[in-house]
Design a protein around this ligand. Structure first.
Ligand code: 2AM
Ligand code: CA
Length: 268
């Protein structure tokens, strides 16, 4: 992708994200209409839908040849990532949005022929914007994030994961995962995968693992983490397919081998 064009896309996407964030904050003055999707804990609100619709209309009018993958159904049914494709989660962390009114984000990844070019993760309530362009580093509110250069021993690592790993589950043996939890310094569960990726990029978390994430949960995060030197794969160490859900591990580069070997040990 031509660099002037990429810069123009970056500025345009940033403007839309700030505008969407402002609308979301304003909408929180009104009572929320909450619906459920795949199960009773899978929440969606009118605000998720309005926000995705806002992006979809803006992209279609400004960039009619671009594709869009989105969580709430305003996107295109794509079976490949040819051309320029926006991968958007209008609200990542909807449960936090509904219950806590904080700790949720807008996640926007822009890919060209399958390569991540631009990533944005916007913490809407804190008004913190994480951003990256491929090959140009990652930024937090315009300030460059340092590379993840320091080696982190597992026993000093803070790991993002949720309780499902520690209970009997279909992905990995819970006893092995409990041993991992006891080995690291601490665990955190924030409830917005995109923000958890941003925290890995920032070094607030040394790793984050999730059992099943959709393309829009991770598209921006992969790019931002990559730009600080972090590594993202599925939990078997394989490259991610951004057209389907995957179990993922994103982490400080010094921990990747070790965490993947724990995940390997945890195979039933
Ligand atoms: P969401 O809020 O956009 O639904 C919660 O731990 C994280 O997992 C959030 O990023 C949440 O995104 C995501 N998540 C929740 N349910 C999911 C599902 N059924 N498939 C994929 N990701 C999901
Ligand atoms: Ca969402």
């Amino acid at each position: 992708m031509d660099s002037d064009y990429r810069n123009q896309l970056f500025e345009q996407a940033k403007e839309w994200i700030f505008s969407a964030g402002k609308r979301i904050r304003e909408s929180m003055q009104e009572p929320l209409q909450i619906e459920t999707k795949s199960d009773e804990n899978d929440l969606v609100t009118i605000v998720d839908k309005q926000t995705e619709n806002f992006f979809a209309s803006a992209i279609r009018s400004q960039y009619p040849d671009h594709g869009l993958l989105g969580e709430e159904g305003y996107g295109d049914a794509l079976d490949n990532l040819d051309g320029t494709v926006w991968i958007i989660d209008p609200i990542d962390g909807t449960m936090n949005f509904v219950h806590q009114k904080r700790n949720f984000s807008i996640s926007v990844g822009i890919y060209h022929d399958g390569v991540g070019e631009i990533g944005f993760i916007y913490d809407v309530m804190e008004e913190v914007l994480y951003s990256a362009k491929r090959g140009e580093g990652a930024y937090k509110n315009g300030e460059r994030l340092p590379k993840l250069q320091e080696e982190v021993p597992l026993k000093r690592a803070i790991l993002g994961m949720n309780h499902y790993w520690l209970c009997k589950n279909r992905v990995r043996n819970e006893h092995v995962m409990q041993d991992l939890a006891k080995t690291v310094r601490g665990l955190r569960t924030y409830g917005s995968a995109a923000l958890e990726f941003a925290y890995v990029a920032e070094g607030l978390l040394d790793g984050y693992m999730a059992m099943s994430l959709a393309p829009w949960d991770i598209a921006a995060g992969i790019i931002i983490v990559h730009e600080t030197g972090g590594k993202t794969t599925d939990i078997n160490g394989r490259k991610l397919d951004l057209l389907q859900k995957s179990p993922i591990l994103t982490c400080n580069p010094s921990l990747q081998k070790n965490l993947l070997s724990w995940l390997d040990k945890g195979r039933e």
